[in-house]
Design a protein around this ligand. Structure first.
Ligand SMILES: Cc1ncc(COP(=O)(O)O)c(C=O)c1O
Length: 271
């Protein structure tokens, strides 16, 4: 297992676990012949659903925020090349995409479909992500000779954190890093997702709201340089890693804390 080494982390150790949260979120959502979901023009989730549709043989419809722009950007071109049908919602309607009216209009137009929410975060996705921590247990021990204390992940729509926290053994904590600005609402959203999946909420997790670097898909020279230096995805993963570094330097972890940072995706297009 790789370790984040090239920055001054004091006695805190940070291990990098490459693990695609999209695959885990989709696992228990598979089985329907037609899946409709939502995302922005660069959405990792849209690409993941399109690729899963191609691999497992189900039809996919991607509802994209905003106007159609041609030629398609590389992310949507990839989704289309997997066979995904792309359709567009103006930003106002997109904001209301999960209301009964908009869902009804989509069902009217697209027929019998499984509607997956933006980011794929639903109860089945939470249960898929909860399978990660038990797998970490033996892997971390074997690779590093010790147990971990904290699991970190980026937070967009909250399903990944909700699942990881639910799957943690006693005594460990999960810390999510919000990639959106003003994301205080995510605390209730993660709790809602845990409730939906398991009928209860865990108290072993929290969300860092201070490392969004200006907001969703925003960047800074520091963030860009860090992402390039480490070859990591910038919208989610680099923000989490820089957040961990800042916390380690600022005394945000007890001395000697062993952190597992879940590297939830790779840069697209690949570097
Ligand atoms: C690479 C990557 N990391 C993390 C996340 C955030 O996951 P969630 O939406 O479950 O909070 C996403 C979004 O799906 C993502 O694409």
């Amino acid at each position: 297992m790789e370790e984040l080494l090239d920055t001054d982390l004091g006695s805190v150790r940070v291990f990098l676990k490459r693990d695609d949260n999209k695959a885990r979120k989709l696992r228990y959502n598979l089985g329907h012949p037609r899946v409709l979901t939502f995302g922005g023009a660069w959405s990792n989730h849209i690409r993941a659903v399109a690729a899963a549709g191609l691999r497992h043989g189900f039809a996919t419809i991607g509802v994209i925020r905003g106007e159609e722009r041609l030629p398609l950007n590389p992310s949507l071109a990839y989704a289309a090349s997997c066979g995904m049908t792309l359709t567009y919602l103006d930003r106002g309607t997109y904001r209301r995409k999960h209301t009964p009216e908009v869902e009804a209009a989509l069902r009217e137009r697209w027929g019998e479909v499984l509607i997956l929410p933006e980011g794929g975060s639903n109860a089945a996705a939470v249960r898929g992500c909860a399978e990660l921590p038990p797998e970490l247990e033996t892997e971390i021990e074997a690779a590093t000779g010790g147990a971990y204390d904290v699991v970190c992940c980026p937070v967009g729509t909250g399903g990944t954190l909700a699942g990881i926290a639910a799957g943690l053994p006693a005594g460990r904590r999960a810390l999510g890093f919000a990639v959106l600005k003003g994301a205080g609402f995510l605390t209730e959203e993660v709790a809602r997702l845990q409730r939906e999946a398991y009928g209860r909420v865990w108290d072993n997790w929290s969300i860092d709201l201070d490392h969004h670097f200006g907001g969703y898909a925003r960047t800074t020279p520091e963030l860009r340089a860090f992402a390039a230096r480490h070859g990591v995805e910038e919208v989610y993963v680099a923000k989490m890693l820089l957040g961990i570094v800042a916390r380690a330097r600022g005394g945000g972890f007890a001395p000697g804390t062993r952190v597992v940072a879940v590297v939830t995706g790779e840069p697209f297009p690949p570097r």
